[in-house]
Design a protein around this ligand. Sequence first.
Ligand code: MLT
Length: 410
Amino acid sequence: MALINENYLKLPGSYLFAEIARRVAKFKEDNPSANIIRLGIGDVTRPLPEAVIKGLHTAVDEMADGRTFRGYGPEQGYQFLIEKIIATDYQSLGINLDVDEVFVSDGSKSDVGNIQEIFGVDNKVAITDPVYPVYLDTNVMAGRSGDLLNGKFAGVTYLTCNADNNFTPSLPEEKVDIIYLCFPNNPTGTTLPKGELKKWVDYARANGAIILYDAAYEAYIQEPGIPHSIYEIEGAKDVAIEFRTFSKNAGFTGTRCAFTVVPKTVMAATKDGSQYPLNKLWNRRQTTKFNGVPYIVQRGAEAVYTPAGQQQIKALVSYYMANAKTIREGLKSVGLAVFGGVNAPYIWLKTPQGYDSWSFFDKLLHDVNIVGTPGAGFGPVGEGYFRLTAFGSQESTQEAIDRIKTQLSL
Ligand code: MLT
């Protein structure tokens, strides 16, 4: 008889955003005329930048011509894109990378989910609480979590991030091997200054740990002194893997293109204690299980690095950051405590007195037809918090805030 992977049975019934979609669909069915404003999932709404569209069109034409048609590309991504990534995103920060240290992929969600495959099952994993659910759920699926007891997996180290510690995780008391960090943070929208990130790099170096650094929102950093890449921290190239995406800076959530940096100097140990480069393992994993991102899409991503593309993505980020400001100020004006939204497209708020995360979700949906994300869905410490995204249109964001100000009784 075929047996299932029983680790899946340890997971909550459905993925957070699937559960929200289910509740919203039910509400819409019961209230077909409701004009719902969706500020829940962090999905972009603006069209792709013109430069990207141009890059995509040219590549489509190439695929229509026998002389320029392409079949399978390199699993790791085309060199034309990787070279631009290195020059624009890293050399500008004083970071040098080799072309075989960057792996182009179809998304950071897949990469942060898949990366745990190259690590042994006995590693102790640390995540922040609250956290982007993919880091935790994929480790549960792999059998690295232990059982769920009172809302927490017994084998996972949770790093509390709340208003009391200014959303700054403390180093763990017990020794951990794999640490997931995401800054600017999803879901709290807060950041980590260089000095704080350095503590983690130093910890990893001292303890033989690896940091999986999700920098999906780095383009949203507005203030100086906040690292755009973990490799800005000395020594990080020995202990950190970094994930970046075109989803949030260039609107690729539906187009799919991202990249993961695995420096050849990042090592982990075999059971007999010898050191092995993770770059080699990730390359082996990708070449076995992945056939690369479509040529057309990589040409679209390449266009992000043209002067016009760079200017257009800056304009996109500014557009969404204006929404972040509208949300922050609007919520503050009705007396809510708000966090994030200054260097990130997420605003994290304390739910009003008398509401937990899900009851506030229901209230917003039912009373003012606004969809947000309950903080409890991101982990136990997220209870009592709520997330709104700045990725809506400026008109609908303004409308949402107007409704909250005038129609929501708290
Ligand atoms: C979110 O809402 O947290 C995002 O959609 C995460 C993602 O990009 O998968």
